[in-house]
Structures are given as C-alpha cells and as structure tokens.
Design a protein around this ligand. Structure first.
Ligand code: AHG
Ligand code: MN
Ligand code: MN
Ligand code: MN
Length: 340
C-alpha cells in the first residue's frame, strides 16, 4: 500500500519545504477541517439526528434558514474562536461580523464562510458542502489595537491566503488551496483523518459540459443566451461539437465536478432582479471558488472582469459568476465584451 499523507502532514510540509503557510494559518486550516468533520457527521445523521428541516428564521439576504445552515455556522464559530489564530469571522448566515471574544487571544486572520452550501439539497440527500476563504487582517501591527471592522473584510479575492470547500457527498472531501495549486483530501471515516487523494489538480482548458440553471433562460442577458444557444446547437452549430449539461444546484458539487473533469459553471446576472449583480455571494462563494479554479489553471469572471480583482463594497455583496475551463470562460467573457 502506498504511503498515506494526512492533511496535517501536507500542511507541515507546505510550511517547512515551501514556506507557504505560517503556523497560525496551518492551525486555522486544521481547525476548519475539524469543524467540517463535525458538520459531515451531522449531515450523515440525516433524519436520525435533529438536523433536518427549517429553523424558522431568515438570514440577512432573506433566505429561509435550514437547521443545518445554523448548526454548521455554530460549529464553525465554536471551533474557531478560541484558537488564537483569528481576529474575526463573517458568514452568509450572520448579519454582521463575529469578532473573537476578548477572553480569547486574537490572531491575524479573518475567516469567511458559507457554512452550508446547497441548502435546497439537504432534504433530497444530494451533495452539499461548506465553502471558506481566509484573509489576513490588514494593518496587523501588534501595537495598534484597533478593533476589527467590516471594512477589514472588503479585500479583493486576490488577497486570499487560503480557500477551500468541503463536500458532503458519497465521500466527504476537503479541497484546498494555499496558493500553491489545489489538493484534495478524502475523509477516512474509520480513522477520522483527512487523507491526501489528489494533488496538482488541473481543470482542462476545453470542455463539452456546461452548468447553468436553464429555467432562468428567459431572463438571461444576450451574451449568456448566445453562449448556451451555441452549446445546444451541438455538432451542427458554430461550436461543431455536442455539449452535455449538468446542474446539481449545490455550487460545491458543480465546482467539484469541474475540478475533477472540467466544465463551465454560470450563475450570471439576469433580468429577474436587475438591480442585483447576481445570486451568489462574492466573499463566501465566488472568491474562494475562483481562487481554487484559477489555482487549477481555470478562469473565473463576472462576464467583464476577473472575479479575484473585484473590490468588494459590502459584506454580503452578490456577483455574477462564470468559472471553469479557461477557453470557455474566455469565450463567454468575450461575448460580454462584444455586446457592450
Ligand atoms: P446556499 O445554499 O448557500 O444559499 O447556496 C445556494 C446556491 C448555490 O449553491 C447554487 O449554485 C445555487 O444557489 C442554486 O441556485 P438555484 O436554486 O437558483 O439553481
Ligand atoms: Mn443560503
Ligand atoms: Mn452557497
Ligand atoms: Mn449557504
């Protein structure tokens, strides 16, 4: 049997050999991975635990919160607030930031998360996940003890120190980047450890598979409609090849498929709510996923600009997302340029 490399060993080696990750960041990732293990256990219990159904509340974005949205959010906060590696956290399920309480030492990092991605798939036993992003607190001068503010979180995605997601599917997997490629770890349920199962993950530049919620077609903007029409035209159309379509409706699962075998994912702006830039959240979903996809050789834009270059203006900001196989993302982006 080949030697098994655990997440701990992978991180120690990243720190020691490549100098990529300071000790605090290593601890942070380990703690997030441990929290995800607890969430995986809760997810796996399903109807046997007190985890299914709605919580009876709404989040700041007006979405109905499921019990698992709240449980996962609490697990992540409890796991992370006492370790001394974090200054504050922000989440899709919290109105504003959660600062590490005074009784614990404050660290230099900021953690942002979508605690439970794919909430509509909980009851139907389809893959769901947790998405996270790590930023460094700006101005980390130890003599300057300014309280953390929301503004500290408003950094472009290109500043992320690490990002990843955990997918709770047939296998639970942790997919991670610390800016040195993408690595995947599979949870060994017997030993409880995350084991490295794929390294240097690469998204092929070309694909014949697209992911978009087709029920919104009538609301799409012209460039997106043009792109999908051309895919649907298949071999006889301008692309000269047949395309396949997939839509899990859990971003983690759709992105995981793209990291595994290529493809393009789109949740674009549409005319349903013209004043909203899109459905997905820049800080908790688009930035971490774009970092992973770029680290795997893919691309991510909002149709006009690279997502990682966008300057966030508010915590719960939404964004149009087009990501995956490089040549396809560039094509959709070019269609947006031409339509200007
Ligand atoms: P969340 O469950 O965290 O609110 O995110 C759901 C998102 C994302 O996971 C998925 O790609 C998309 O919503 C699906 O939206 P539709 O139901 O509109 O297809
Ligand atoms: Mn939600
Ligand atoms: Mn989500
Ligand atoms: Mn969510």
């Amino acid at each position: 049997m080949s030697k098994r490399v655990s997440l701990t060993q992978y991180l120690v080696e990243q720190q020691r050999l490549h100098g990529h990750i300071p000790g605090q960041l290593r601890l942070l990732i380990e703690v997030v991975a441990r929290a995800c293990k607890r969430i995986a256990i809760a997810v796996n219990k399903g109807a046997l635990g007190e985890v299914m159904g709605v919580a009876g509340t709404e989040n700041v974005q007006g979405e109905v919160q499921k019990k698992l949205d709240i449980i996962s959010n609490e697990v992540l906060i409890e796991a992370n607030e006492w370790g001394g590696h974090l200054a504050a956290m922000a989440s899709e399920e919290m109105d504003t930031i959660h600062t590490v309480p005074n009784r614990y030492p404050a660290g230099e990092y900021l953690l942002l998360f979508d605690p439970l991605d794919g909430s509509s798939n909980i009851e139907v036993n389809v893959s769901i996940g947790t998405i996270f992003s790590v930023l460094k607190k700006p101005n980390d001068d130890p003599n300057q003890i300014e309280p953390v503010s929301e503004a500290d979180f408003l950094q472009p995605g290109s500043q992320q120190a690490a990002a990843g997601y955990c997918i709770y599917g047939p296998q639970s997997m942790l997919v991670l980047t610390v800016g040195d490629g993408v690595a995947m770890f599979t949870l060994d349920r017997e030993t409880g450890s995350w084991v490295l199962t794929a390294e240097n993950v690469k998204v092929p530049a070309d694909t014949k598979e697209f992911a978009i919620n087709m029920s919104n077609m009538r609301h799409w903007d012209t460039p997106v409609k043009r792109y999908v029409d051309e895919c649907l035209a298949g071999q006889e159309g301008p692309r000269g090849k047949d395309f396949n379509m997939r839509w899990v409706a859990s971003m983690v699962a759709d992105v995981h498929r793209i990291l595994t075998r290529g493809g393009i994912f789109m949740y674009p702006w549409d005319k349903r709510e013209p004043d909203k830039p899109g459905k997905l959240r820049l800080l908790y979903e688009a930035n971490p996923m774009s970092f992973l996809i770029e680290q795997a050789g893919g691309a991510a834009t909002n149709g006009h600009q690279r997502i990682l270059d966008l300057q966030p203006e508010k915590l719960h900001q939404r964004v149009s997302v087009i990501l995956g196989s490089k040549n396809e993302v560039e094509r959709v982006t070019a269609y947006h340029q031409e339509a200007k």
